[in-house]
Design a protein. Sequence first.
Length: 269
Amino acid sequence: MTYKQRILTDEQKKKFETEGYLIVKGLFTEKQLTDIDKTFDDISNQVIPGHFEPDFQKKITDPLKRYPRVMHPHRFNETAKAYMLHPPVMDVLADLYKEEPLAAQSMFYYKPPGARGQALHQDNFYLKVEPGNCIAAWTAIDPTDQENGGLLVVPKTSDYDIVCPELSDSKESFTTHYVKPPKEHKAIPAVMDRGDVLFFNGNLIHGSYSNKTKDRFRRAFICHYANSSATRISSHYRPLFRADGTTVDLEANPDGGPCGIEYDVPYIH
Ligand SMILES: O=C(O)CCC(=O)C(=O)O
């Protein structure tokens, strides 16, 4: 059956195919973004075991202890689930896959001032979507730039093989893995406005440096998807969800893991 394009132009599709990433502007309205703000402001003052376990002590030195990332909010919060399945995002994904997407994961990063980033890595090392690949939809909730630790992408590495990560620099990264970009490619910043969404596939090398500002958070709602013709995914991401919210259980692919292992060592700023 031939796939009928829904939302992207041919030029946008070409950009994704040749560069390995695509920023689509304004996929969320201000009302929807305010809804996301409120949902994650509320979550930030709670402890949700297994999903969000902040340390509320006044004297902590690592800002990520107070504001760790929220893992899989769609599993306990209906608003997060609805935005993981946001129809404009699902339409872009369908155009990129040329088939229906399945949602596998949601996360929310607060990335407060002073917070470390996440060293360069490849997502399908963790998700292990097969056959096919995962695609990330990275939504800027705050405007992002190099100063506040916006995302970095290494263009054209979307065709680069998945490689075994090296050890990252724990002063810059809160996760242990680092994938060195090939010599001829450089990481460039994805400068984005609130409500823009960056799409990239699971082979693209990407990550972020620390938030160097004194007063600007760099919040992002980050979801990962699989093509519906995939048969396997790492067990951390099951079950998956169709656009209508119903679940699909793919076979568990061994050796995957949560996206980026976190350091379990004291933070030195
Ligand atoms: O938002 C970031 O700083 C990194 C997120 C990321 O790389 C990911 O979710 O795979």
